[in-house]
Design a protein around this ligand. Structure first.
Ligand SMILES: [Ca+2]
Length: 323
């Protein structure tokens, strides 16, 4: 495994942190890669607002030594459906929930000096993107996205403000080198349906707009890549990732969609073959009504989706080594 080490790489991670636990494993990988000099995380943006999302995400960041990384949120995005299963358990284990708090309530501050970070206390996600991009050197930032796309869509349509005189499209075009995105299902000639594009009307409209308007290259890793690759939490019962996986009902492991996106991005475009992938270039689109994705193959196109070149066990070994 060769991963480029380049602290000049700056990244912002978008995550839904909602019903699936693979985001938790992916966040740990992102942090541990940063510790190894792969990149520097400048922020994490929650594009869904589960109860205890902020508390549990901050718990993982602190556990990995990245408690100072700024975190933003789309506070309105609490309607993706289902029951986010692990946030309370992770926050509670980390001491971010008072012992007498019942699930579903925020409770009172727990450990002194480590107040419960409430979702509402976080900065707006678009504002955080704009602040961090405004400070970044031209062409230096990479965006990793392992959730829904409405915050990126809102960033692209954002007007000039006190952060930057550039509108959203110009700001992204100037500052962002590439977007790495876990989304879509590309196995039938680039056509399919997948949760991150399809979950609800907000997700579908946003995916349509981002793929239509995004002015920088996007590399997609689809459902079909991660479904049969399993990420395994370590055996330690006190481990926060294990606690998330168990609360999700996946004590023996979970499909590694989001961890594989982090692994792919860590290798960068120049290392894509070392990461166990080949890319198909062209132009992707999403139907705003159905969320179905489509792909027109075109050499040199600004979009690409990746195809595995190795057996699943090979990727599992790579992912588990970071967990
Ligand atoms: Ca996710």
């Amino acid at each position: 495994m060769s991963i480029l080490q380049n602290k000049n790489r700056r990244i912002l991670l978008g995550t839904d942190w909602w019903t699936d636990c693979d985001d938790v494993a992916a966040l740990r990988m992102m942090c541990r890669m940063a510790k190894r000099g792969v990149w520097t995380p400048d922020g994490v943006i929650l594009n869904a607002a589960a109860p205890y999302a902020a508390a549990s995400l901050l718990a993982i960041l602190r556990d990995e030594g990245f408690g100072d990384v700024p975190v933003g949120i789309d506070i309105a995005a609490d309607d993706f459906g289902g029951r986010p299963p692990y946030q309370y358990a992770v926050a509670k284990k980390a001491g971010a929930v008072a012992a007498d708090t019942t699930p579903g309530t925020l409770g009172t501050p727990g450990t002194p000096g480590r107040p419960i970070p409430e979702n509402a206390a976080l900065v707006n996600g678009v504002t955080l993107y704009r602040q961090m991009l405004a400070c970044a050197a031209d062409g230096s930032m990479e965006l990793l996205e392992i959730g829904y796309l409405q915050v990126l869509a809102a960033l692209l349509s954002s007007p000039p403000d006190e952060c930057s005189p550039l509108d959203g499209i110009a700001l992204v075009k100037t500052k962002v080198r590439r977007i790495w995105c876990m989304a879509g299902n590309w196995q039938e000639g680039g056509h399919g349906k997948e949760n991150n594009f399809c979950r609800n009307a907000r997700a579908r409209r946003a995916a349509h707009a981002v793929l239509r308007d995004c002015p920088v290259p996007v590399t997609f890793l689809g459902w079909e890549v991660g479904a049969t690759v399993i990420a395994h939490p370590k055996e330690d019962p006190d481990d926060l990732v294990r606690i998330a996986f168990e609360a999700h009902g996946s004590p023996d492991g979970r499909s590694a969609w989001d961890p594989l996106l982090v692994l792919l991005a860590a290798h960068d475009v120049s290392g894509i073959h070392d990461a166990g992938f080949r890319a198909v270039s062209g132009r992707a689109s999403v139907d705003a009504e159905t969320g179905e994705n489509f792909f027109e193959v075109k050499p040199g196109g600004s979009h690409a989706y990746v195809i595995k070149t190795m057996p699943d066990a090979w990727y599992e070994k790579q992912v588990d080594a970071w967990l």
